[in-house]
Structure formats: C-alpha cells, structure tokens
Design a protein around this ligand. Structure first.
Ligand code: SAM
Length: 514
C-alpha cells in the first residue's frame, strides 16, 4: 500500500474518511446537477429534448470514462482533487451563461454544447478514482473504499435532481448553475484543509486566491446574471424588448416597434398586435358558426384572451372555460394596457372560468361537454407540446364535444411546415372527427393553417360569418378551404401519437429551412 507521511495518515484515519466522502458527495451532486442544467439548456437552444437529453447522458458517460482513465497519470492525488474541484466550480458555474452567449453571438452549435458537457463529465470521472486513491492511502481496505465511493458518488444524483428542480424553478438556468458553483467552490476549501499535509504552502495560497476569485466572479454573475441574459436576449429579437419574464413554464417576452406589440413564448411568436385579428377571426368564427350549440365553449391555450374576444361576439355564449397552463401569460394579458385593449378585457368577463392547468390533463380529468372547442396552443416544437397534437389528445377532445359540436385547431403553416400541417389534419381525422382544413394569410406569421373538425359531417358551404369582423368576409370562406398546389398534401402524412410523436421531426425539419 502506498504510504503517506505519518502526520497525514493519522490525521486522515482519525477524522477524515467521512469528510472526504462528504466532499465527494457534494462534488458529484454539483456535477450531476450541472448535467441536468446542461441537458435543459441544450434542449432549449437546440430543440428536441428527446435527442438532447440522450446526447447529454452519452457525452457525460463517455467523458467520465476518459476522465477516470486519465487519473492513472496523476502523481499527487490530493493536489489534483483541489485543482479539479476548482475547475468544475468555474466551468460548471458559468456553463449555462457560456452556452447561451455562444448561441446568441456565434450560433447554436451542437458540438460546442456536447464539448462543454464532456468537459464536465471528464472532471467528474476524473474525481472518483482520485478519491479512491486518497482513501486507500488513509488505510481503507480496497473493498470498503470501492463500496463507499461508488455508493456516495451515485447517491449524489438524489440531491442533484432536487437542487435542479428547485433552482431551475426558483432562479432559472443561468443563475442556477452559478449557485451550484458556489456550493462547489466551498468544497475546495474543505479539500485544502483536509489535505493540508500534502499540499505546499504556495499551492494552498494560490488555491485560496482562486477560490476567492471564483466566488467573486460567481457573485458578480448572480448579481448581474439576469441583466446579462436580458442583454443577450435583446440580440435575439429585432425589436425593443419591453417585457421579459421567466415563468415556471416558459420565457415570456413582449417586443415593441412603433405600434407593433409582439408576444413571444420561448422565442416563438404568439401574436402581433397589428394583425392578430386576422388569425383569431379565422380561428374562431368557422367553428362558432358550424356548431349546433355555442352556449358552452372550451378554449385550450389562448391565455392572451384574443380568441376569447372573438367568442364573445356571439350573444348566446353563456360560459367559457379557458384552460391555459401558465398563470403568468394570463396575468400579463389581464393587466398589460395594450393587451387588455386588444382582448377588450375578455379574461375578466364573468362568463369565463380560467383554469391554469395542462390542457391534456384537463381533458383527461374533466367530464364536461362543450358545443365549441378552440385549440389555440403554441406550435408542436417540443415533446411537451407535441403531446397536445396527438391522436390521444384529439380523441379526448372528441369525447368532450357535445353532439353537433365543432372544433377549431391552430395547425401551424401549411406552407412553411407543410408535412407537419397535414400530419395534424390526419391526426384529428384519425381521432374519429370529420375534418375541413383551411388556411389564410397573417403577415407576421405568413401563410397559416387551421383544422375545423366535428363529430358530424362538415358542410363547408353552409358556414357563414355572422358577426362583425375586420378581416374575415363571407366571400372569402370557400377559397380558404382550397389549398394552393404548394400547400396541398404531397404524401400521406403520418398520424402523430404519444408513442410515435412524428410531428416534432416534421415540424423542426421544416422550420430549419426558413
Ligand atoms: N396563437 C398562438 C400561436 O400561434 O402559437 C397560440 C397563442 S396562445 C398565447 C398559446 C398559449 O398556450 C399560451 O398562453 C401558453 O401558456 C398555452 N399553453 C402552452 N402549453 C399548454 C398546455 N400544455 N396546456 C394549456 N395551455 C398551454
């Protein structure tokens, strides 16, 4: 067995194995948690969480293996543990800010993201054998030390996920890793203390200076992190940002240029104040007119209150249930002076019941029947949203539809995302509803598509516009149901299901080209 000097061996045997294991637990907790943050950040920046999480885990495992292997070249394990912990506190603490800034200034790069994740994994993998060597020198038997190190290294995953969940909800992705960095750097001080006999005075002094420097940088990052993110975000939008908020569910941004106020959720436009009436009139009126009874209306999504404004043009409407996941969007739409002017205060109408819940869960748990169901949700660009475009979802929509009821679904662009659009239409049909897809032009969105559906056969020629509108005219309706050659269905697009969510790829591949 390698022998340490007597002073250190005694010191370690008396006090330290537990403390050494404790510091391993903290480091592995932080490293695991960084990986969760990086997985979330890469999903946010690069899209398709299904792929990004798998790539994150793979990059991490492979680089951990290389890290572990490289530890064989280390001479002073104690010194390397301290250096390693300093590196992970710095690299991990600033990881999400770095990736975000890189994405804004240079562009979204899968390779850079994976590279960063790999550095993290390498450091973590490197750490574990170092701790084993140190415990071995402290007199632990091989069996004991392998058992303890493995147990506590993997146990780190539990506090890691708890920290991740609380930090991501509490302070967001960027400041979350900075707080982890602070926890991480405190372990360096413990390491310097524990391995004092093995570290030169000069090394300890430099390490302490680096600890102070990293703490200061992280505190600076925490103080100005939100402002830095806002500054970076400004680069992503063409117009001036007048409101930004990270809700529990999404990043909410309002931009303004002259009279044009635009709402973005997670970077995707939801409406422009200049032409939103085109979209909402087209979405709401065909279904309202088609329905046998419109006393009870359900809106899934639509937290901006704009579809609701159109629904209230029908005096027969007695009650509307609006199910929007995010109270922050609804809160904004109820209080922002420009949005309340646009939606005419519809969200405060006594006939509305607002439910802040996931639309899928609402349909699953509820039992109400509605004459009209309006589905005004963001485009299916990730798996959480893709679930709201599945056959299973539309089957539940059908079950909540009163006899002779009508459904209107915003269905993305038949021009820019042609295959995704037709997949939505086919999916609604596969849920047992008759469908009548249609389209219109919304300048801020481009060519836009909708799916009208019903439990009974749809007679398009009988649909009328019987309320006052700025855009939609009776004469336009027949043309809206006719698709130009380059917007028609070219192949028979697949049905989107929970088990096979084809829509994500169809959607992402399509928009990548524009
Ligand atoms: N017109 C828009 C478009 O073209 O994408 C949709 C607008 S509307 C503002 C979308 C709303 O759907 C948002 O308020 C968002 O909070 C809500 N939403 C997102 N996911 C949801 C879910 N799972 N259940 C219910 N509402 C959801």
């Amino acid at each position: 067995m390698p022998v340490l000097n007597h002073k250190m061996q005694n010191y370690i045997q008396k006090n330290n194995p537990t403390l050494i294991i404790f510091s391993l637990l903290i480091v592995s907790t932080c490293a695991m948690s960084y990986e969760y943050f990086l997985g979330a950040m890469s999903s946010y920046l690069l899209g398709d969480g299904r792929i990004q999480w798998a790539l994150t885990i793979t990059a991490m495992m492979v680089s951990m293996g290389f890290g572990g292997y490289s530890s064989r070249y280390v001479k002073s394990h104690e010194k390397m543990v301290v250096i390693n912990e300093l590196a992970i506190a710095f690299a991990g603490g600033f990881s999400t800010l770095f990736l975000y800034a890189f994405n804004v200034y240079i562009g979204s790069a899968q390779v850079v993201t994976l590279g960063y994740i790999s550095i993290n994994g390498f450091i973590l993998g490197f750490q574990v054998p170092l701790f084993m060597h140190i415990l071995r020198k402290a007199g632990e038997s091989f069996g004991d030390l392998v058992a303890r190190v493995t147990l506590f290294d993997f146990l780190g995953a539990v506090p890691a996920v708890i920290l991740y969940i609380y930090l991501v909800k509490g302070v967001g992705l960027v400041q979350g890793t900075m707080l982890l960095g602070l926890i991480n750097v405190s372990v360096v001080l413990l390491g310097i203390k524990l391995f004092e006999p093995e570290l030169s005075t000069r090394f300890r002094r430099v390490a302490k200076i680096l600890v102070v420097a990293i703490v200061l940088l992280l505190l600076l990052g925490l103080t100005f992190g939100e402002r830095a993110v806002m500054g970076l975000e400004r680069q992503l939008y063409n117009d001036r940002i007048v409101y930004q908020e990270q809700s529990d569910f999404q990043r909410i941004i309002l931009t303004k240029r002259g009279e044009d106020l635009r709402l973005f959720l997670n970077g995707n436009i939801q409406f422009s104040s200049l032409d939103e009436y085109r979209y909402h009139e087209a979405l709401v009126h065909p279904a309202m007119d088609l329905a046998a009874n419109r006393e009870k209306v359900l809106i899934l999504g639509g937290g901006d209150g704009l579809a609701l404004r159109e629904v209230f043009k029908y005096p027969e409407v007695k009650e509307v249930t609006l199910v929007d996941l995010d109270p922050a969007v609804v809160g904004l739409a109820r209080t922002h002076p420009v949005i309340t002017r646009l939606n005419r205060g519809s969200l405060d109408d006594p006939r509305v019941q607002i439910v802040n819940q996931d639309g899928y869960k609402f349909l699953e748990q509820g039992s109400g029947l509605y004459g009209v169901i309006i589905v005004d949700l963001p485009d299916p660009n990730n798996e959480a949203l893709a679930k709201l475009y599945t056959r299973e979802f539309y089957t539940m929509v059908r079950r909540h539809l009163a006899k002779g009821g009508a459904v209107a679904i915003q269905s993305t662009s038949p021009y820019y995302a042609n295959e995704a659009f037709w997949s939505i239409v086919n999916t609604v049909e596969a849920a047992g509803l008759d469908v009548a897809p249609y389209h219109t032009y919304v300048p801020s969105f481009g060519e836009w598509g909708f799916t009208l559906a019903s439990d009974t056969a749809i007679n398009k020629s009988r649909i009328k516009v019987e309320v006052s509108t700025r855009y939609l005219k009776q004469d336009m309706l027949p043309g809206m149901f006719v698709f130009p050659g380059d917007e028609s269905e070219s192949t028979n697009e697949a049905v989107n299901t929970l088990i096979h969510p084809v829509i994500i790829d169809l959607y992402q591949q399509a928009w990548e080209n524009w």
